[in-house]
Design a protein around this ligand. Structure first.
Ligand code: AVJ
Length: 426
């Protein structure tokens, strides 16, 4: 299905409910924590712009260096054949860096749609306005919401090749395990040939890193404290930000740069009907900004099943933009490969499917293993379909999408990737 969208369409998705729940759950856990993804309300967006302009915050300048001065190299890594595609940016913000790539591709007359995803509707409106003004020929669809929900929406809008941008070392805001799971899930949500351009802040002199997050003017402190004010504004709470102090750490061994808020006294905070008590010096864990070694990046890539395409560093070697590719290719089972008769083929596939179901029911494995199983049967199935396209095209896909329904290559129902019997309509 190809939705007809205006050149500058906006898809909104606000969920005030989960904000309240997340905040309360975080403040009721031990130790207390708040998710840094909630830093970005209108005021948070403004403070983050200030952070990016600080001389200490080198990350933006480094990645800008790459996007400004190595644009052609970047384009060459992500879309060497210049074929039509969708460029999806996770956490696009004001797209300051990606605009250089967008302009390059527009000037090259590449056929593509830019789909920025961000949790802040405020920054997306600003971005949309900026792009309409600066790049009127660019096709844009802004998507407001969480990464995966919006990624699925983006996938449902077209069946073109996807290139995902995940810049600014945004991945650093997840702890290592979350990052591994996130990248693995991302891989599973993409089709073979899709690519990921991901930015990592590299380990470097620990003073340089700590200074970037512990600025003397207290802008980073204000960025953290603004979340307390946001909770006051949106959830009717009575935090006094003056009674909390920002504390930043960097551990050069693990590469974790962490921020905390320290309660300056015993105090009880009201959040609507709820009460949260703090002891003097009790902490709220606010944010991690992970720094990476080359080895760690490689490990992440391997664990999440991506293939390496290339990488570009800034002139100081402080930051790296890496390009990875999804490759979902395995041998088709030999007992299917010799059949040309579609009836036998279908029977064989049903048999295969039953065996896999049986296998799944027997094992008491967890979700990840099941995802793995269904991924492999998807690939085998899609190979079979590619071999006999005419047999399967009309019959297999209720939505008529790409003729490869419910396979790793199908975007018609990304939540139902596993081949299921009810799709076999003959
Ligand atoms: C936008 C997540 C990349 O972790 O460096 C900046 C956010 N926090 N200063 C980062 C941030 C404090 C930033 N990212």
């Amino acid at each position: 299905m190809n939705l007809q969208l205006k050149p500058h369409a906006m898809v909104e998705n606000r969920h005030a409910g989960s904000f309240r729940l997340d905040i309360l759950q975080g403040l009721k856990s031990i130790p207390k924590r708040l998710s840094s993804k909630y830093f970005y309300d209108k005021e948070g967006d403004r403070i983050f712009q200030e952070i990016m302009a600080m001389p200490e915050y080198y990350l933006t300048q480094c990645e800008l260096d790459i996007f400004k001065n190595k644009t052609a190299d970047l384009a060459n890594l992500i879309i060497p054949e210049n074929e039509p595609f969708d460029l999806i940016e996770l956490g696009a913000g004001d797209a300051m860096k990606s605009t250089f790539l967008l302009r390059y591709l527009v000037e090259k007359k590449t056929d593509f749609t830019y789909m920025p995803i961000d949790i802040s509707g405020n920054i997306l409106s600003i971005l949309n306005e900026k792009l309409t003004r600066e790049l009127p020929d660019l096709k844009t669809v802004t998507l407001e919401g969480e990464y995966f929900e919006m990624l699925q929406k983006a996938a449902s809008l077209s069946d073109r090749k996807k290139v995902i941008l995940f810049l600014g070392s945004n991945i650093g805001n997840m702890n290592i395990e979350e990052a591994e799971n996130f990248l693995y899930d991302l891989n599973q949500n993409l089709a073979s040939g899709d690519k990921l351009l991901i930015g990592f802040d590299l380990k470097k002199n620990p003073h340089t890193i700590l200074n970037a997050y512990n600025d003397k003017n207290g802008i980073t402190a204000a960025f953290n404290l603004n979340l307390l004010s946001r909770i006051n504004r949106e959830l009717g709470a009575d935090f006094d930000p003056q009674q909390f102090q920002h504390y930043q750490t960097y551990d050069p061994v693990s590469g974790a740069c962490r921020s905390f808020l320290v309660s300056l006294q015993d105090q009880t905070i009201r959040i609507g009907e709820d009460r949260i008590s703090f002891e003097e010096n009790e902490l709220i864990d606010m944010e991690v900004s992970q720094k990476f070694s080359t080895e760690k990046i490689e490990e992440l890539r391997e664990k999440s099943d991506f293939k390496r395409v290339g990488e570009i560093k800034d002139s100081k070697n402080w930051f790296v933009d890496t390009v990875w590719e999804v490759k979902k290719e395995i041998r088709s089972p030999t007992y299917l490969s010799d059949y040309t008769d579609s009836a036998i083929l279908i029977k064989s596939f049903n048999l295969l499917n039953q065996r896999e179901q049986k296998h799944k029911n027997q094992s008491n494995s967890v979700t990840k293993t099941q995802a793995h199983d269904s991924k492999h049967s998807n690939i085998r199935f899609s190979k079979t379909i590619r071999r006999y396209p005419e047999t399967f095209r009309r019959n297999m896909c209720p939505s008529g999408n790409r003729g490869l329904c419910c396979t790793a290559h199908c975007r018609c129902k990304s939540s139902e990737m596993a081949p299921r019997p009810h799709h076999l309509v003959f």
